[in-house]
Write a protein that binds this ligand. Structure first.
Ligand SMILES: [Zn+2]
Length: 457
């Protein structure tokens, strides 16, 4: 466009506006006020979608995700986005929608936006609000799954829909994948998809749950965004002590309860082991001193949680009978670098009683680490820093298990991040009876995802 023409068109625009203003002030006022009315009545998209989503009870067990999949499918159908659906087991619906690359040739393989549709069960008697009747208070939405992880699912969904609606040029396919079964290990979710339909996804990148931004959780009074690139190894153990049954009136020295309790005392009485792990070192370099809390403790140590002890004869157990067996379960979360064999040997050493049997009930795949030197990591970091220039963005290790680990073992670069600021109190209510999410955080996360995806080459 020539300079003269530009000046002319600018002048025309200004004159047109003046004319419009003088002739149509009253109708503009009417139009503006009806827009305001509309906003007063209709909630924003994040609020509306999250309310609808949390209302669908996907408690696991039983983990039925068919209604949630129907809901997502109807949204994609309305937007003209192709959907594929599977059922890995009765009631375990899996759904994914795909936006094809529009730039040719494509820059690489797909980016998957992953979330799980299932939620942990809620004990209604302990909730102040109904867990499946989303309640909005002070800008927060309360309900089971609001935080873990329907809130993030909605943020991914909105970013995904915007890519389509705004005709953003895509240099690679973007897939929104919604899975069941994460809360019970992912055998009918992520792992089933990998075993049965991996070729359809075959992504280079994945965005999943894991990290988040927080002004107090990682370090006191420092805004830190932790992007998870690795997780600890889950090892669940069952301990079994056997002894000699007898009458409670005449104690014997082969009481399995005594044996187990003494061994557990030795096990838990020692400090939890730390380890030298590269991601942790990077975190410490960037963040400085960690805030003292259960999250930062869990990422600096291999941890052992004694989650149940079972013993006694009869139901209810008889007080005057010494049983012949006592059992306990340990939920161990082990820093990367320690193998299952090394960990079981460490537990045996701590118990100090070779007669106690140790059985591995469940374990996750060996943890793999995703590099933070990649275009998607940088793209996420840039989108976060545009909003919060002072924020420290760092790769992190997370203490809990997510579906990402299964994809990381397929060399997928997986980043776990809910890119918004969450107070430690909100994070600690995941799986709790006061689970809630700030709606502003969902909106902000949607914007960050959108910008990061738009910038991907
Ligand atoms: Zn989750």
């Amino acid at each position: 466009m020539s300079k003269a023409l530009t000046r002319w068109s600018r002048g025309l625009t200004a004159r047109s506006l003046l004319l419009l203003t003088s002739l149509a002030v009253s109708s503009v006022v009417v139009a503006v006020s009806s827009v305001v009315m509309l906003f007063a009545q209709a909630p924003d998209e994040a609020t509306r979608l999250l309310t609808e989503y949390v209302r669908i009870d996907t408690s696991n067990p039983p983990g039925d995700t068919r209604k949630a999949a129907d809901w997502l499918a109807s949204i994609f159908a309305r937007e003209g986005i192709p959907v594929t659906r599977y059922e890995s087991a009765p009631g375990k619906a899996i759904i994914y929608a795909r936006l094809k690359a529009t730039v040719s040739p494509a820059a690489g393989k797909a980016i998957v936006l992953l979330h799980h549709m299932d939620v942990v069960p809620a004990d209604r008697s302990r909730w102040k609000t109904d867990p499946f009747t989303p309640t909005i208070q002070g800008g927060d939405l309360w309900g089971r799954g609001a935080m873990d992880m329907k809130g993030m699912g909605v943020a991914e969904l909105i970013a995904f829909l915007r890519l389509k609606r705004e005709h953003v040029p895509l240099s690679r396919d973007v897939i929104l994948l919604a899975e069941p079964d994460e809360e019970v290990g992912g055998a009918d979710g992520a792992r089933w998809m990998i075993a049965n339909h991996y070729a359809e996804l075959d992504p280079e990148y994945m965005i999943d749950e894991g990290g988040f931004g927080s002004g107090d959780l990682f370090a006191a009074n420092k805004l830190v965004y932790g992007i998870s690139v690795a997780e600890k190894k889950l090892i669940w153990l069952k301990l079994r002590a056997e002894g000699v049954a007898g009458h409670g009136s005449q104690p014997n020295d082969q009481n399995p309860n005594d044996r187990l309790v003494k061994a557990l005392g030795r096990l838990l009485g020692q400090p939890m082991p730390t380890g030298d792990f590269s991601v942790l070192n990077t975190m410490l370099t960037r963040v400085g001193t960690f805030a003292p809390n259960k999250f930062t403790n869990a990422i600096q140590h291999s941890t052992i949680a004694l989650t149940w002890i079972r013993s006694g004869v009869g139901e209810p157990p008889k007080v005057n009978v010494i049983p012949s067996v006592a059992e306990a379960a340990l939920d161990c979360r082990v820093l990367p670098g320690t193998t299952r064999e090394q960990w079981v040997a460490e537990i045996a050493r701590r118990l100090g009683d070779p007669a106690i049997k140790i059985e591995v009930i469940s374990e996750s795949d060996e943890p793999s680490v995703t590099t933070d030197d990649s275009p998607l990591y940088k793209s996420l970091e840039t989108a976060i820093k545009r909003r919060h220039p002072d924020a420290i963005v760092t790769p992190i290790l997370i203490p809990y298990a997510t579906d990402s680990n299964s994809f990381r073992s397929k060399q997928v670069k997986s980043y776990g991040i809910f890119p918004a600021i969450l107070p430690a109190a909100v994070v600690s209510q995941m799986h709790g009876d006061a689970e809630h999410v700030p709606l502003e955080a969902v909106r902000e996360a949607a914007d960050v995802f959108f910008e990061a995806l738009r910038a991907m080459k």
